[in-house]
Design a protein around this ligand. Structure first.
Ligand SMILES: Cc1cc2nc3c(=O)[nH]c(=O)nc-3n(C[C@H](O)[C@H](O)[C@H](O)COP(=O)(O)OP(=O)(O)OC[C@H]3O[C@@H](n4cnc5c(N)ncnc54)[C@H](O)[C@@H]3O)c2cc1C
Ligand SMILES: *[C@@H]1O[C@H](CO)[C@@H](O)[C@H](O)[C@H]1NC(C)=O
Ligand SMILES: *[C@@H]1O[C@H](CO)[C@@H](O)[C@H](O)[C@H]1NC(C)=O
Length: 431
C-alpha cells in the first residue's frame, strides 16, 4: 500500500489526487497546499509581494483576465467545464470549476491548506526508496516531516518572474515591473510604458493599458507579425538593444522616451523545496533529467505534473497522471534509468536539430499530439482527442490576428475530430 504526497492544489495537484484517491493500491494521499484555498493560478488577489504569512504571492492573475483558450478545451477529459453561453471565461469561473471538480471527487477534504512544503529528500527504506517531506503549518509555525512512497510535484510554473538581461535595465531611473505583479491598468495612468514581450499576457495587458496610458511601446520578436489593429497610442517595436537614462534604444536603431519598463517576459521553473539529492537541475529553464517531461529519472518515485507548456493544460495533466498511476500499479513498467536517460537525450538532440533552444526544452505546441500519443501508448490508456489541439491552434491564430474580438467566438466540440465555431454571427464546421 502506497502513501503519496501531492505538492500543490492547483489544477495539476487536484487532478493527481482525483486519480490517486480511487486507486486501490494507494492508502494515503496528502495534498499539501501553502495557500488557504485551492486553485493556484486562478485565485485572484489584489496583493502583491508577500502574503499574510510571509510567503511570496503565488498567483499572477490580473483582475480583467479571461481565459485565452475556449472552455471547451479547458476541462478534464472526464469532467468538462459546464455549459454556458460564452467560450472564454473569466478567471473566477475557472476557479469555481476547479472547486467543483475537487468537491465532486472528494479531493477537497484531503487538502492540508496553509501547509507550505519546505524540503523533500529521498532516502533508502527497507524495501526501496522513500521520501521525507517536511512541511510547515503556516497558521501555527509548526513544521513536521512525513514519510511517503511517492511524491507528485505540482507547484506550478507561472510564479517566479524571468527577468531578461537588458543592458541598462538595472540603472533605469523609472519603474520596472513584471507582469507577475500586474493587477489593474490604473497604475499606468498617463505613463509612457515599454512592454517587453508579446506572449499571451504581454499582448493582452498591452492592449488593456492603452486605455489609460499616454503611450505603449510593445517590443517583441514574434516571427509572425500580428494583424491585430491596435489603438493609435500603441506602437510595435523589435527587441530592446539598451536602456539609457529615460531612453530606450531598439535593435532597428530607433529610440523612445519611457517612464516604465513592464516586463511580460515569462516565468522560471522553480522547485525551492527539492533537496540537491533529488537530482533535479533547472538550467536555462530546462528541468532535467525527466523522462517524458514527467518522471524523475534519478528517482522514479517522484513525478512532475504540468511541466510542458503550449498544451491543453488540464487534459494533459490528466493524461500525465493516468500514465504515472499506471506505472505505479503495474499496468506497465517504466523503462530502466539508462533507457529513460537515452530517451531524454535523444529527445533533446531531436529538438535541437529542429531549431529549439534549451529554453524551449518543454515547449510543446506542434509536438503536442505526438507527446500525448507517446504517453498514452506506453501506458495503454486513451490519448487526447485531436479536436483539442485543433481548437487550440485555431484559437491561437485568432488571438494573434484579432486580439480585440477573438474572445467573442463560440466553440462547440462535435466529435473527436470535428468542431463548430460561431464567429461574428457566422457558423463554420471545421475538422
Ligand atoms: C495569468 C495567467 C493566465 C493563464 N491563462 C490560462 C488559460 O487561459 N488557459 C490555460 O489553459 N492556462 C492558462 N494559464 C496557465 C495555468 O497556469 C495552467 O492552466 C494551470 O492552472 C496551472 O496549474 P498548476 O496546478 O500546474 O499550477 P498552479 O495553478 O500554479 O498551482 C500550484 C499550486 O501549488 C501551490 N504551491 C506552490 N509551492 C508550494 C509549496 N512549496 N508548498 C505547498 N504548496 C505550494 C500553490 O500555492 C498553488 O496553489 C494561465 C497562467 C497565468 C499565469
Ligand atoms: C509565526 O512566525 C511569524 C514570523 O516569525 C510570526 O510573525 C507569527 O506571529 C508566528 N505565528 C504563530 C502562530 O506563532
Ligand atoms: C491501474 O490504474 C489505472 C488508472 O487509474 C486503472 O484504470 C487500472 O485499472 C489500474 N490497474 C490495476 C491493476 O489496478
Amino acid at each position: 500500500m502506497s502513501r503519496v504526497c501531492v505538492i500543490g492544489a492547483g489544477a495539476a495537484g487536484l487532478c493527481a489526487a482525483r486519480h490517486l484517491l480511487v486507486e486501490p493500491g494507494v492508502s494515503q494521499v496528502d495534498i499539501l497546499e501553502q495557500a488557504g484555498q485551492l486553485g493556484g493560478t486562478w485565485v485572484y488577489t489584489e496583493k502583491i509581494g508577500y502574503d499574510d504569512f510571509g510567503l511570496p504571492i503565488h498567483s499572477s492573475m490580473y483582475k480583467s483576465l479571461r481565459t485565452n483558450l475556449p472552455k471547451e478545451i479547458m476541462g478534464f477529459p472526464d469532467f468538462p467545464v459546464p455549459e454556458s453561453e460564452r467560450s472564454y471565461l473569466p478567471a473566477k469561473d475557472m476557479l469555481a470549476f476547479l472547486q467543483l471538480y475537487s468537491d465532486k471527487h472528494g479531493v477537497t477534504k484531503h487538502i492540508k491548506f496553509n501547509h507550505h512544503v519546505q524540503l523533500v529528500i529521498p532516502k533508502t527504506g527497507p524495501s526501496g526508496e522513500l521520501w521525507d517531506v517536511t512541511f510547515k503549518d503556516m497558521t501555527t509555525n509548526i513544521s513536521e516531516t512525513r514519510e511517503y512512497d511517492y511524491v507528485f510535484v505540482c507547484n506550478g510554473h507561472y510564479n517566479t518572474p524571468f527577468i531578461p538581461s537588458i543592458p541598462g535595465l538595472k540603472e533605469f531611473e523609472g519603474d520596472v515591473m513584471h507582469s507577475h505583479d500586474y493587477r489593474v491598468p490604473e497604475i499606468f495612468t498617463g505613463k509612457r510604458v515599454l512592454v517587453v514581450g508579446a506572449g499571451p499576457s504581454g499582448m493582452d495587458i498591452a492592449l488593456e493599458i492603452t486605455s489609460v496610458t499616454e503611450k505603449v511601446i510593445l517590443s517583441h520578436h514574434l516571427k509572425e507579425q500580428p494583424k491585430t489593429v491596435f489603438p493609435d497610442n500603441l506602437v510595435q517595436k523589435p527587441d530592446v538593444a539598451r536602456i539609457e537614462g529615460s531612453k530606450v534604444y531598439f535593435v532597428d536603431g530607433s529610440e523612445d522616451v519611457i517612464d516604465v519598463v513592464f516586463l511580460c517576459t515569462g516565468y522560471l521553473y522553480n522547485f525551492p523545496f527539492l533537496h540537491k539529492s533529488c537530482g533535479i537541475v533547472v538550467e536555462d529553464n530546462c528541468v532535467e533529467p525527466l523522462y517524458k517531461h514527467l518522471v524523475n529519472i534519478h528517482h522514479p518515485s517522484m513525478c512532475f505534473i504540468g511541466v510542458p507548456y503550449y498544451v491543453c493544460a488540464f487534459s494533459m495533466f490528466d493524461l500525465q497522471v493516468r500514465y504515472y498511476v499506471r506505472s505505479m500499479n503495474g499496468t506497465f513498467d517504466l523503462p530502466s534509468s539508462e533507457e529513460m536517460t537515452a530517451h531524454w537525450e535523444e529527445e533533446k538532440r531531436d529538438r535541437a536539430a529542429r531549431g529549439y533552444t534549451k529554453r524551449q526544452a518543454h515547449m510543446m505546441g506542434p509536438d503536442q499530439e505526438k507527446y500525448y500519443a507517446s504517453l498514452a501508448s506506453e501506458a495503454r490508456t486513451r490519448t487526447l482527442p485531436s479536436v483539442l489541439t485543433k481548437i487550440r491552434e485555431e484559437s491561437s491564430i485568432r488571438f494573434l490576428h484579432n486580439l480585440k474580438h477573438y474572445r467573442q467566438d463560440i466553440y462547440k466540440i462535435i466529435d473527436d475530430d470535428t468542431y463548430e465555431i460561431i464567429s461574428n454571427g457566422k457558423r463554420e464546421i471545421l475538422c
